[in-house]
Ligand binder design. Structure first.
Ligand SMILES: C=C1C[C@]23C[C@H]1CC[C@H]2[C@]1(C)CCC[C@@](C)(C(=O)O)[C@H]1[C@@H]3C(=O)O
Ligand code: AKG
Ligand code: FE2
Length: 370
């Protein structure tokens, strides 16, 4: 096929897959990878993202906590994005999971396809989401798996050994530790967010998230011969609650802030934290879901590690009463994370307007039930 997508015949039907090694050798990218020009506007300056130093807060220092809270409030009220430093996640562990991720993405396409995600599931390998979309394909491969810590089982270790086999056992252990660190940091960030919203109970969000099923996603962006025509990940707000992302030193994450696209220069010791749609609803619209994208280049692959903190799927997502009373009205109808997740996986490709379209969909489906 000239679309840079190879046909994989299996089980007597043909599936379309993304073959980066073949694609990169073609003189032109296939049309289904070309994005509309309005999505491709260059980011001409660096985003001066606020750096929130978590050291003092993690040590219980009140003054340092107040300083962090002020920075977070300002950042989340405007563009929904900040960078955390002195976050407590071991840099050696970060380096180890990058190595393990590289080992996975360097596997043969056949081996990666053997663990491809099935329709409707988030878990496993995906190439350009070629099985889901037919245009504006993202120039990336992903590997996603669940993380829960309200079980005795090491869910991530088991995922790796059960899907990839014992030769990925070490990778599973490393990612298990990494996700545990992400969850611990995420819960601490929820405390800071609660305080910054003026909630009396700083643990208000804890019970919503502590037994949730979060999403770990490894993003691998191959280099591209025509980088100005494609996107690694298109413009979007994460539909999830809180994203904790580490990007490698190549650069390519852009945020839309002050009414323009701006680059987020990588910092090896920083974790990017952004608000997602679900937390916008949980804050009654006070905290903005960050609009961002990932661009690629023509000289080097880029990787990022995205941890999406999610509440338990059946918990009702609604802002605290004290915020609704102060605001006088509720921005969104109540919903569950599983409602929004289903919407993004079955009916709507997450973009910059997911929450608005989800709200319309939800209200229309509620109307139909009467
Ligand atoms: C619940 C999710 C859906 C996506 C992965 C997580 C949080 C981010 C979402 C996503 C990355 C937003 C851009 C579009 C998307 C299709 C992608 O490019 O991967 C989204 C993910 C998805 O639906 O798989
Ligand atoms: O790779 C990046 O820098 C961003 C990825 C992203 O936004 C996502 O996976 O939701
Ligand atoms: Fe994202």
């Amino acid at each position: 096929m000239d679309s840079g997508l190879c046909l994989v015949s299996s089980l007597n039907h043909q599936e379309v897959q993304f073959d980066p090694s073949w694609l990169q050798m073609q003189p032109h990218v296939p049309m289904n990878f070309v994005w509309p020009k309005e999505c491709l506007v260059d980011a001409n300056e660096e985003f001066q993202a606020p750096f929130v130093d978590l050291d003092g807060f993690l040590r219980g220092d009140v003054e340092a906590t107040n300083g962090a809270v002020k920075l977070i409030h300002k950042a989340c009220s405007t563009h929904g994005f900040f960078q955390a430093i002195n976050h407590g996640v071991d840099p050696l562990l970060i380096g180890q999971v990058y190595n393990e991720m590289d080992s996975f993405f360097k596997l043969s396409l056949e081996r990666k396809l053997s663990v491809r995600k099935t329709p409707g599931s988030l878990w496993g390998y995906s190439g350009a989401h070629a099985d889901r979309f037919s245009s504006k394909l993202p120039w990336k491969e992903t590997f996603s798996f669940p993380f829960q810590d309200n079980t005795l089982e090491p869910v991530v270790t088991n995922f790796f050994t059960s899907t990839l086999g014992e030769d990925f056992g070490q990778a599973g252990v490393a990612f298990q530790k990494y996700c545990e660190g992400m969850k611990e940091l995420g819960m601490k960030l929820l405390e800071l967010l609660a305080i910054s919203l003026g909630l009396v109970d700083k643990l208000h969000y804890k019970e919503l998230f502590e037994d949730g099923c979060s999403i770990m996603r490894c993003n691998y962006y191959p280099s591209c011969q025509q980088p100005s025509l494609v996107l690694g990940t298109g413009p979007h707000c994460d539909p999830t609650s809180l994203t904790i992302l580490h990007q490698d030193q190549v650069g390519g994450l852009d945020v839309f802030a002050e009414n323009k696209w701006q680059t987020v220069p990588p910092r090896p010791d920083a974790l990017v934290v952004n608000i997602g749609d679900t937390f916008t609803a949980l804050s009654n619209g006070r905290y903005k879901s960050c609009l961002h994208r990932a661009v690629v280049n023509n000289y080097k692959e880029r990787r990022s590690l995205a941890f999406f903190l999610c509440p338990k799927e059946d918990k009702v997502v609604r802002p605290p009463e004290e915020i609704v009373c102060r605001d006088g009205t509720k921005q969104c109808p109540d919903f569950t994370w599983s409602n929004l997740l289903e919407f993004t996986q079955k009916y709507y490709r997450s973009d910059e307007a997911t929450l608005q379209n989800f709200t319309k969909w939800l209200l229309s489906s509620k109307l139909q039930t009467f």
